[in-house]
Design a protein around this ligand. Structure first.
Ligand code: FE2
Length: 226
């Protein structure tokens, strides 16, 4: 007799490292002197690429590049290098010629997406950054670090380590049952706050907000190799 359901894949338990400020993530409040201007510039963009639900893309909302101009980006990178003790940051070219969404402004509404725990590719970045650009977004629209919850309820890890470069490789499967991850540490949304974190940690936007461009969650995202 054939089994009625496919067998549940064995999920590996990842290593756990409590996300700790100054070691695994860094916060820079009031990071830009002209964040209002950056927001205005982003609101005026006409060249948005549209994602779900406007198109068949899997990524939600809308996005456009660049978010920051060269001088703004230089200011931000100087702060990140100083805080992380990194001498050099660079943007890794993608092997297939695709665009890495570095220095990309992303606008996502409440009904366009929910939390999606993931890690960023270790092959493409070591640090990820998110700069919150909506002065009226609720605090719970920041970023959360998640960790595993194993099928027996035991809490698992949150870190992708070499030789794996992404969560699918690290878990050993693309198919994870619902509720396989739980929120661990929440970073509140704050206008003009930059959160930088180790891209190997499981993370997600905590929530999205709004229903039109002006009140949706607006954030610039960065992916740096070092
Ligand atoms: Fe990410």
């Amino acid at each position: 007799m054939r089994p009625q359901f496919p067998p549940t894949p064995m999920l590996r338990m990842l290593p756990y490292r409590k996300p700790t400020e100054g070691r695994d993530y860094w916060l820079f409040d009031d990071v830009l002197p002209n964040a209002d201007r950056v927001r205005e510039r982003c609101l005026g963009k006409q060249d948005w690429a549209l994602g779900f639900p406007h198109t068949g893309e899997s990524w939600p909302g809308r996005r456009a590049i660049p978010a920051l101009d060269a001088e703004e980006l230089t200011q931000v990178e100087a702060r990140v290098m100083q805080a992380t003790g990194t001498r050099k940051l660079w943007v890794q070219p993608t092997p297939d010629g695709k665009t890495l969404n570095h220095n990309c402004v992303q606008v996502v509404g409440k009904h366009e997406a929910g939390p999606r725990p993931h890690t960023d590719s270790l092959a493409l970045c070591r640090y990820a950054g998110v700069l919150y650009l909506n002065p009226d977004a609720p605090q719970e629209c920041g970023t959360s670090f998640y960790r595993q919850r194993m099928p027996n309820g035991q809490l698992g890890g949150n870190l992708v380590t070499r030789p794996h470069t992404n969560l699918v490789e690290a878990l050993g499967t693309r198919f994870v049952p619902p509720n396989s991850f739980v929120e661990d540490v929440r970073i509140p949304h704050k206008f003009n706050r930059l959160l930088v974190y180790s891209a190997a940690l499981i993370h997600t936007a905590t929530a999205y907000c709004g229903s039109v461009l002006a009140d949706e969650r607006m954030a610039a995202v960065f992916f740096w190799m070092s």
